[in-house]
Design a protein around this ligand. Sequence first.
Ligand code: GZL
Length: 327
Amino acid sequence: MLKKTFVTVAAATTLALTACGGGTDAGTGAGGGSGDGITMGFAQVGAESGWRSANTKSVQDAAEKAGVDLKFSDAQQKQENQIKALRSYIQQQVDVIAFSPVVESGWDTVLKEAKDAGIPVILTDRAVDSSDTSLYKTFLGSDFVEEGKKAGDWLVEDSASTDGPINIVELQGTTGAAPAIDRKEGFEAAIAADPDLAIVESQTGDFTRSGGKQVMEAFLKNTPDIDVVYAHNDDMGLGAIEAIEAAGKVPGKDIKIITVDAVKDGMTALADGKINYIVECNPLLGEQLMDLAAKVVAGEEVPERVVTEESAFTPEQAKEVLASREY
Ligand code: GZL
């Protein structure tokens, strides 16, 4: 046990992957992975955002490249649909299951069923809050608390020369989802450094553009002087831009906007000055996932945690990289 723990901790602490493609070796020693003959059941969250679409394409392309037979399902952001899909993969006796849990809680029963069936599970993108880490082999994805902290740190620095209160409205991601919980936690911890910064309204827009627009319309009605929008993803930030412009205000100037993801549409709005800062969240997890799956099916050691390293962008930086972005 000690050896496994040592290998895991060492691998997990040293294993940080570059974003934008995420490299081809998830610290598993395989380049691109050879998944020939492996059948994977993948239960995706849905198709709620540009990030999710890029993530789905990355998984599907990487499965094809690795020769993995991919069974794919879209849960339309409903946990009951994901659980149904997982049970179907268990029944089909796939070699490995991978999924991005739409919310953190409520997975122990079905994960125990997978374990009892001898089917290894890989968490990708989002985490579960289960205390029993034997229910899955590894968690591949971003550090969402760090992403929220980066967003808050930028605002603290950007506001340093401004006197008086700065009113922030927050567009939260899906209620109960790990990125929503953690991005809120990281941001709040960072802005605590400046007592002038206050979140005056906070509500979920469910990671969708329409949700962000609807909630922002309500915020604009309820809160006379909004200085900053912190949106947990680009799509809700883009919806907020529509609402702000419809209200006759200038996004990026009258109301500053900070988002997370750095997908093409978000980076375009950033380059145009409608968004002021974007923290990157890398959706291109497909190749690392196939590498990990090949190892797990072969019964080999994998790190308990594989963290993707990510960047952040100002408008000037967005202009430089926009043309070369993969998503
Ligand atoms: C984050 C991912 C989030 C994205 C959103 O890893 O789970 O879900 O930030 C997406 O755009 O909907």
